[in-house]
Design a protein around this ligand. Structure first.
Ligand SMILES: C[S@@+](CC[C@H](N)C(=O)[O-])C[C@H]1O[C@@H](n2cnc3c(N)ncnc32)[C@H](O)[C@@H]1O
Length: 386
């Protein structure tokens, strides 16, 4: 059995085209791939292929080769996105046979997907966010500010809370006993859940303090799960940051106490009530290419480089917010960041035609966040690979 791909041309194939197809067939075993042709059509019959071998052949074509035909073949094969890997080869047929689960649906029902969130009592009523909070940067303690916000009025929350690393923020202690830290954080997250609409998302960027052996990303996830949100998934934000220690003192190159290094942070994604977020097709801002790349849940993005300029010790980069908002929200949605800092979330929300509300306990940070908003002149396409 082969996976078949057809290519139709306007005109019938000429001698050079046919010679190219023959060369192709001579280069590969017919148990891997072969090409049939007739009139203006070619049919690629594909089982498995070493795609780099094909690329090398195309790079150094022999005489009487029609490069366009080769390019079309490569493009068509690369267009097939589901395949398995076997050594250097992509396997297009039977690649998941061993792993095929029979009666998948019934088994899924029996297991009861996200069982922990099924008996939630969330209301589906939607309320509007009062104008005095819409598109505003607000100074204050999030717990107190959020207590004035109606239930079910926010579409998406994206935030990075203070991590209790001992950083020098303008206004708050960042070195509390862990129990006090989590108690305070969770009381704010409870408010976040309340103000989130049914079907809304709360997405939290977490960097655990590994050297304290406190897995904040697990504790935070566990909190949301207990509050009956659906854990949609986890994105690894790869910062390629190798700047950390290797071992406990005196245990270099020894199993006695090696220190694990982390070059990434976590982005935990939760949904309230259901995973599907209804929206208008015209309000989608993600491109097909971005979607294809970003659903692969490991994002390589450099850390923010402008922290000095904005005078904030723990910003996340705009590109991170750009991806999160394009992937998980629609234009016109209301985006909340309850730990808005110098306003990276709110600035990007504005650039992407979302409504926003940003809260931070520091008036200095809020002033900068406001300035950033003022300086936006409808720019889109911020990043090099867009
Ligand atoms: C990790 S920073 C967020 C930085 C932000 N993502 C950015 O790019 O600018 C956490 C922020 O939470 C703020 N914060 C701490 N406790 C707060 C509270 N109770 N209410 C509101 N903001 C708070 C701090 O002032 C700090 O700016």
């Amino acid at each position: 059995m082969y996976k078949e791909i057809s290519i139709n041309y306007k005109n019938n194939l000429n001698h050079q085209d046919i010679s190219t197809i023959k060369q192709f067939n001579n280069s590969f075993d017919e148990n891997e791939v072969k090409i049939d042709y007739i009139d203006n059509k070619i049919k690629i019959m594909l089982k498995e292929i070493d795609i780099n071998k094909l690329k090398n052949i195309i790079k150094e074509p022999s005489n009487n080769t029609n490069k366009d035909i080769y390019d079309d073949i490569l493009k068509s094969i690369e267009g097939v996105k589901s395949y398995g890997l076997k050594g250097n080869k992509r396997k297009y047929v039977d690649y998941n046979k061993e792993r095929k689960v029979t009666n998948r649906k019934e088994k899924e029902l029996k297991r009861n997907q996200y069982y922990y969130a099924k008996d939630n009592q969330f209301s589906k009523t939607i309320n509007s966010l009062p104008e005095k909070y819409t598109n505003k940067i607000i100074v204050g303690d999030s717990k107190q500010i959020l207590s004035n916000i109606p239930d079910n009025s926010i579409d998406i929350i994206f935030t990075s809370p203070p991590y209790n690393f001992g950083l020098d923020y303008a206004n708050n202690q960042d070195d509390e006993h862990w129990e006090d830290y989590f108690e305070k954080l969770f009381s704010i997250f409870k408010e976040c859940i309340r103000v989130l609409k049914y079907g809304g998302r709360i997405i939290v960027n977490v960097q655990p303090l590994f050297s304290d052996y406190v897995p904040s990303h697990h504790l935070i996830s566990n909190f949301f799960i207990k509050e009956k949100l659906i854990w949609k998934g986890e994105i690894l934000w790869e910062k390629n940051n190798y700047n950390c220690k290797y071992t406990a003192w005196g245990s270099w190159k020894s199993p006695s106490n090696p220190y694990l290094k982390y070059t990434w942070e976590f982005i935990e994604v939760f949904c309230k009530g259901e995973m599907k977020k209804v929206g208008n097709k015209d309000d989608i801002s993600i491109s097909a290419d971005e979607f294809k790349k970003w659903v692969v849940a490991k994002w390589s993005i450099a850390p923010e480089r402008n922290m000095k300029k904005y005078d904030h010790p723990a910003m996340f980069p705009e590109e991170l917010v750009d991806r999160v908002l394009k992937l998980f929200s629609y234009e016109g949605d209301i985006v909340l960041d309850p730990f808005n800092g110098v306003g990276t979330t709110t600035a990007v929300a504005k650039k992407l035609n979302r409504n926003y509300m940003g809260i931070d306990i520091s008036s200095e940070y809020c002033k900068i966040a406001q300035e950033r908003i003022k300086n936006i002149k409808g720019e889109v396409g911020l990043f090099a690979d867009e």
